[in-house]
Design a protein around this ligand. Structure first.
Ligand code: AMP
Ligand code: ZN
Length: 276
């Protein structure tokens, strides 16, 4: 049972919610080539499974990509295994992208050299490889497992820092800002992490728990509000779907080293991961 819903009713509600969102924002159109970025966590596995179910009715081409971040002793091996298992089960081609094929140094070395937190260095690598690999494979859309809790977390952080240029990034569909960028889609925009976890358990899909171990304060705060104001999270992300703040987009050019889109002369990935 999930909040009074039996498994059958939950699945109908959950899949219906995602289908409606995909339709409402034209996240996927007939003939689209969609690359699902899958980390082995509950959200991106749910996203891949759902897209696998819908690929016939939406008439799209679907493949998956897993980024091997080269973190020894971390949960990398188990993550890769669960992604491979699901791809095999639903017959989706899996592409394994190794950071070591693109970078001159490891994530740990890069964090040490630049003095930046591991999470930030890791995030730069993932965003860079997801866009570059998807485009070079000839796919135009990248689907991630970003969910309601992620969106609310970004929202709170941005409100507190006083920034406004984030509003477009917090939409279910992010259009490319440069010819070398792909569309980013978030099919699970209206789904909470706990819903994704329940959906996987109903479907007997194994996943890897919490790979990064920082305390998630913003989620705790959102959960606290939700506990007294039922429906708060869903209402907030639905409001974010509509809100618009006019911003002049930053002009993007191509990185002098790798040619990928960037707002400065050398992109963050090359600054962090290239030794030249
Ligand atoms: P995160 O930044 O870890 O919260 O991840 C956000 C989204 O990026 C996930 O839902 C996945 O779609 C994607 N992602 C994260 N890590 C990986 C990975 N190692 N390989 C492929 N996709 C990933
Ligand atoms: Zn570069």
């Amino acid at each position: 049972m999930f909040e009074g819903k039996c498994e059958v009713c939950f699945v109908k509600y959950y899949e219906g919610k995602v289908r409606k969102l995909i339709k409402k924002f034209d996240l996927i159109e007939k003939g689209d080539k969609v690359m699902a970025a899958v980390s082995g966590g509950k959200d991106s596995l749910s996203c891949l499974f759902l897209l696998g179910l819908m690929r016939g009715s939406l008439k799209m081409e679907l493949e998956a990509m897993y980024i091997d971040l080269g973190m020894k002793g971390c949960t990398g091996e188990k993550s890769k295994k669960v992604v491979e298992e699901l791809c095999r089960r639903i017959d989706v081609k899996l592409n394994v992208v190794k950071i070591s094929d693109y970078a001159d140094r490891s994530i740990i070395e890069a964090a040490k050299i630049t003095g930046r937190p591991m999470c930030s260095v890791c995030g730069v690598a993932k965003r860079y490889l997801m866009n570059k690999f998807t485009r070079e494979k000839g796919f135009e859309k990248l689907a991630t497992g970003h969910n309601t809790d992620d969106v609310i977390r970004f929202f709170f952080k941005n409100v507190v820092s006083g920034r406004t240029e984030w509003t477009e990034k917090l939409k279910p569909l992010l259009k490319p800002l440069h010819e070398k960028m792909v569309y980013k889609i978030k099919p699970l925009f209206e789904c909470e992490e706990r819903e994704n976890e329940f959906y996987l358990s109903v479907n007997g899909i194994d996943f890897v728990k919490n790979r990064c171990s920082f305390r998630d304060e913003w989620k705790e705060i959102a959960d606290k509000i939700e506990s007294t104001k039922k429906g708060f999270k869903l209402s907030l992300v639905r409001w974010l779907e509509k809100v618009k703040i006019e911003e002049t987009p930053r002009a993007l050019k191509e990185c002098e080293i790798c040619g990928e889109p960037t707002s400065s002369s050398i992109c963050s990935f090359c600054r962090i991961f290239k030794s030249v």
